[in-house]
Write a protein that binds this ligand. Structure first.
Ligand code: FCB
Length: 458
């Protein structure tokens, strides 16, 4: 059997139709949704106060980091030691964001920089760098959304068994408490965990992420349970703080991939899809948002890329080794990672809205490809699906394009090009350049709407 994909999550079942669309209620249908004009025939207009953002993570862009990725060699032979050198160039990258016209930025704060031991005081010079970054964002009218955990831990956490060890929960909550007290007046939006399902799966089931263990289902479950407990405790602390008189907002970012069988009547492929759904979607959502934990979060972040279909147990996606061109011959529309499935966005948003009745953010969506026409088509079709879901009541407050820069894509190294900006990794200066999709996203951000029809590529 080939390796399962890099992304986890699912469809509601093995290819069955999703639950019925939820039409807004007073809870779901915020002013955001109501303020939208569906379309004027030329443009899909989004609410005035919608966040148009872009997203990154520490390990993927900063460089000069000491975590479990420092000594990791990706499949293309590369590592993250310098990455995009955003550690030194964050001011320049914020200038690029202003050129892009984004009004929000979702980025990580690297725990390993701030604490050298459990319960230690925060490293003041590293903290000052993040404070400066945030101040520059605020000065540029860019709303920060901070991510606390994005696939990396301090070395002393890893040495203690990572998130399989229950004592990590108290250490994380201590760290978060110290950080939030410093930043609460500057940062309103807090993301505790990015894709806990992807992290636990790749680290403990598929061996793609450090510590590269395989088929340790108990480890997977323990990691999710501990992270969910840490999320609950961290959320309590975050919600107790206020920002300009408003309660701080907190949520996780849940990856959602639809898992389907290629052939409706293939019991084994349906079973594979169902197993993925059950493990990565149902179990994870229940852990973070079920029962008493439903009150921990004030929003849900959704990372949405697309779909994985199984054929004779094989996930038919480029991330698992299937060539894009061959998949195309079979009728699969893929970027360099997974199958595109914009219809799925129109299904999952109403589902989450109805089930949890919380505001939503698309905390990640993007496509990796050298073909900018493809990426434009992907962005348009997903924004169209998003707009449609919003006109039907989904209370979505923002969209963060993955990613600002071409960057270190974990086990794939620098081979996957997700950036709105390119980075020339062959040049020691790592120059950034606006890509055609960056220009298109810029128009969307400035106009707060998606121009209808023709491609904007010239
Ligand atoms: C998401 C991750 C992000 C990046 C994109 C392509 O699953 O959160 O770091 O790898 O996929």
């Amino acid at each position: 059997m080939k390796r399962l994909p890099w992304l986890i999550s699912k469809s509601f079942s093995t290819g069955n139709p999703p639950p019925p669309l939820f039409i807004g209620s007073p809870l779901s249908c915020s002013n955001h949704a109501l303020a939208m004009s569906p379309t004027n025939g030329k443009k899909l207009r989004f609410p005035e106060n919608f966040l148009w953002g872009t997203a990154t993570s520490t390990t993927q862009i900063e460089g000069h980091i000491q975590n479990e990725w420092t000594d990791f060699t990706a499949r293309d032979g590369s590592d993250c030691r310098v990455a995009c050198d955003n550690y030194h160039r964050y001011a320049e990258d914020i200038e690029w964001m202003s050129k892009l016209g984004v009004n929000a930025y979702r980025f990580g704060i690297e725990w390993s920089r701030l604490q050298s031991a459990p319960f230690a005081p925060l490293n003041q010079s590293e903290l000052a760098r993040y404070v400066d970054l945030i101040d520059r964002l605020l000065a540029a009218n860019i709303t920060p959304m901070v991510v606390l955990h994005h696939f990396s831990n301090p070395p002393w956490i890893n040495a203690a068994g990572g998130w399989t060890n229950p004592s990590v929960v108290a250490a994380f909550v201590d760290y978060l408490g110290k950080l939030v007290r410093v930043l609460s007046q500057k940062v309103y939006l807090w993301n505790t965990f990015n894709e806990p399902d992807t992290y636990a799966c790749l680290a403990y089931l598929l061996g793609g992420f450090p510590p590269q263990l395989k088929w340790k289902l108990n480890h997977f479950r323990r990691v999710i349970r501990h992270m969910a407990l840490a999320h609950e405790q961290a959320s309590d602390i975050i919600r107790r703080e206020s920002h300009a008189g408003r309660e701080l907002q907190v949520g996780i970012a849940k990856n959602w991939t639809f898992f389907h069988a290629c052939k409706r009547f293939s019991p084994w492929d349906r079973l594979s899809a169902f197993a993925c759904h059950y493990t990565f979607n149902k179990f994870v959502l229940d852990a973070f948002l079920g029962g008493a934990r439903s009150r921990a979060s004030t929003f849900i972040g959704l990372n949405y890329y697309g779909r994985v279909r199984f054929h004779h147990f094989n996930p038919m996606i480029p991330a698992s080794g299937a060539p894009v061109t061959r998949l195309k011959d079979f009728g699969f529309d893929c970027d360099d990672m997974v199958e595109r499935y914009p219809e799925g966005l129109g299904k999952i948003l109403p589902y989450l809205q109805r089930k949890f009745r919380l505001p939503l953010y698309i905390t990640e969506h993007g496509a990796a490809s050298a073909d900018e026409t493809f990426r434009e088509r992907d962005l348009r079709s997903n924004l169209t699906a998003l707009h449609h879901a919003m006109t039907r009541g989904a209370d979505v407050r923002g969209f963060f394009y993955w990613s600002l820069l071409d960057n270190f894509e974990w086990q794939f190294g620098y081979s996957k090009k997700f950036g709105l900006l390119s980075v020339d990794f062959g040049d020691a200066d790592l120059p950034r350049r606006m890509k055609p999709l960056g220009e298109i996203y810029r128009t969307i951000c400035f106009e707060k709407s998606l121009p209808d029809g023709e491609s904007m590529l010239r």
